[in-house]
Write a protein of this length. Structure first.
Length: 158
């Protein structure tokens, strides 16, 4: 106990009526891997989505590589399901598929996106998307095509 007090690992209350408690720091827990998730400038994700979709159709998408790191950090198993209630542009789907490609996993995902209308003045609307869920679906179709192409190219090299 003296050692824990010396190392500032005990929290004492305002008076003698409060029971002392152990202090726990994230860096010393099983969740320490979460601190390894690197955040990046959001423009990186925007540029990657523009590259995939051919137009600037979604504002401030999440970065699939950051989500990929998060999935690894929370130890999503190779046969787990990942649920995203705010599917948006479909980033979580891409992160799951990229992780499966990377480690041979068979994770599945469910993306929930209400059929929210897209502003008629937006680039997305001009590209033919009427609802955000249209973007979600199209992005994930393109990711499947991209990954299939990458796998075939890798197999040809062998």
């Amino acid at each position: 106990m003296k050692e824990r007090i010396k190392n500032n690992l005990v929290h004492f209350g305002d008076d003698e009526t409060t029971i002392p408690n152990n202090k726990t720091y994230l860096k010393n827990t099983e969740f320490q891997s979460l601190t390894s998730v690197k955040y990046r400038d959001g423009r990186v994700a925007s540029k990657k989505l523009i590259s995939l979709m051919g137009a600037n159709i979604f504002t401030n998408p999440k970065d699939y590589e950051v989500l990929n790191q998060l999935l690894k950090a929370i130890d999503v198993k190779k046969d787990d399901f990942v649920l995203d209630f705010f599917g948006g542009s479909g980033t979580t789907g891409q992160a799951v598929m990229e992780l499966n490609k990377e480690d041979g996993g068979n994770r599945k995902f469910i993306l929930v996106q209400i059929p929210e209308a897209i502003d008629e003045k937006s680039e997305a609307f001009k590209e033919g998307y009427k609802k955000i869920s249209d973007i979600t679906i199209e992005r994930n179709k393109r990711v499947v095509e991209k990954i299939d192409k990458e796998i075939k190219e890798t197999e040809k090299k062998k």
